[in-house]
Design a protein around this ligand. Structure first.
Ligand code: ATP
Ligand code: MG
Length: 138
């Protein structure tokens, strides 16, 4: 039985499918679901007020992604959300650790990546370093 499931969501096709599966798993296991989205770091050399403006845009975009993920997940027993600064894999691993997750659900690929690459770099890193099982959704 899974008690806590982490869903890593970047809005990609694979992450959209991962959201549906994460929702199903959370309902089957009556588990808490934590949705995580990581935004790209804002370069500090931007200076004020550009730094704050760029950060605010990233947070707004992150909240939209989280709302989108929630819709795909559907009703689950307990839902929490986390917005962190990237890199994504570091953020996902951190959230999994803090919430003592027993499953991470994510896509095999995301929004970026080179054609021909079978597994995204963030998925690779999470699979390599995670202490709990990782469900990679195609
Ligand atoms: P790359 O990023 O290496 O160019 P990619 O974008 O195709 O390639 P990944 O970034 O590894 O592949 O994406 C795989 C999965 O990781 C996504 O389907 C999603 O579940 C998760 N993920 C990627 N980026 C983020 C992010 N910024 N926030 C949350 N989850 C993410
Ligand atoms: Mg990516």
């Amino acid at each position: 039985m899974y008690k806590t499931i982490v869903l890593a969501y970047d809005g990609s096709d694979h992450a959209q499918k991962a959201a549906v599966i994460a929702g199903e798993e959370a309902r089957i296991h009556q588990a808490k679901l934590v949705i995580v989205y990581a935004y790209d770091p804002v370069p500090e050399w931007l200076g004020e007020p550009l730094f704050e403006e760029a950060l605010a845009r990233r947070i707004t975009c992150a909240k939209e992604k989280i709302e989108e993920a929630k819709e795909r997940v559907g009703e689950v027993p307990v839902l929490e959300t986390e917005i962190l600064e990237g890199p994504a894999a570091t953020a996902i691993l951190r959230v999994a650790e803090v919430h003592k997750a027993d499953l991470i659900v994510m896509g095999t690929r995301g929004l970026g990546g080179l054609a021909g690459t079978l597994l995204g770099s963030q998925s690779q890193k999470v699979v390599m370093l995670s202490e709990c099982p990782v469900l990679l959704v195609k």
